[in-house]
Design a binder for this molecule. Structure first.
Ligand code: ADP
Length: 260
């Protein structure tokens, strides 16, 4: 699949905005709840006994909503451990092979020695499942799903081409399908929370915004390449813990593209 077109994701700003508001709202709700609970324990008249529980239960409901938004946009603070992604990929491959229709052919490939990634295993599991489910949905008549992983160095030239890429060492997980592809008109929107083209009840529109939230909280980024009628490729870049080469070494070997 060639890189026909590419869109950087500026859309995390929506998530950032939502989590900012949720955070502020939390700071408003917490003292309301505390005060109401204090009053409840001290006031004994009938009206207070009737009204305060209403106030308390609604403040709690608000706090819960806020918690949901926060955990969605930020991806609950993960447990960071040093991960060998090959285990994760094997696990995902098994799940997908067992649960996806037989018309979808699943294959994986990965580099012999993948660099280690510091991350939350459960969250990264979620990232891959979400991408694979989308790939499945994009291939109603079957097709090929490929999951691969490689070590990758983002050098200055690469970082210049893709505004969201930071120079450094990464493990890149690529999920490729041979499905319907994503029309250019909507590719800018696919990472937006609640954006979906799926039928009611089939899609929530939260899959890719969750992917982006988790990957960004790991210090990574996501690229997408797609062509209508051919397929789609998502590339998840996760910062590597240990690399064989430094980006500086790699950089010297690359032409600077400015002519002489
Ligand atoms: P949902 O899957 O619930 O619709 P997502 O955020 O995961 O929510 O995806 C948003 C939209 O992006 C999908 O509805 C679909 O239009 C598009 N999309 C995502 N992945 C793919 C893919 N692999 N192939 C084609 N379209 C895709």
């Amino acid at each position: 699949l060639e890189a026909q077109f590419f869109r950087a994701q500026r859309l995390e700003s929506i998530g950032t905005l939502a989590s900012g508001i949720a955070h502020d709202l939390n700071n408003v709700l917490a003292p309301i709840l505390m005060t109401a609970q204090l009053l409840e324990s001290q006031l004994n008249d009938q009206r207070s006994k009737r009204l305060l529980p209403i106030l308390i239960s609604n403040a709690k409901r608000g706090a819960n909503l806020v918690k949901q938004v926060l955990s969605f946009t930020r991806g609950i603070e993960g447990d960071r451990t040093l991960l060998q992604l090959k285990h994760l990929i094997t696990e995902i491959q098994q799940i997908v092979k067992e649960t996806f229709p037989k018309s979808i052919e699943v294959s994986t490939s990965q580099e012999q020695t993948l660099w280690t990634v510091s991350g939350d295993a459960t969250q990264l599991h979620q990232v891959l499942i979400n991408l694979c489910v989308n790939a499945r949905d994009a291939m109603p008549n079957g097709g090929q799903l490929t999951i691969s992983a490689e070590n990758f160095i983002v050098d200055k030239n690469y970082a210049k081409m893709y505004i969201d890429a930071q120079v450094g060492s990464y493990v890149v997980i690529t999920v490729t399908d041979t499905g319907v592809g994503i029309p250019q008109e909507i590719i800018d929107r696919i990472f937006e929370p609640f954006f979906t083209t799926k039928d009611l009840g089939k899609g929530t529109g939260l899959g890719l915004s969750t992917v982006l939230g988790i990957v960004k909280s790991h210090g990574g980024f996501v690229h997408v390449y797609s062509e209508v009628g051919k397929g789609t490729q998502f590339k998840v870049f996760l910062p590597a813990q240990e690399a064989m080469e430094t980006p500086e070494e790699q950089e010297l070997e690359l032409p600077n593209g400015n002519g002489e």
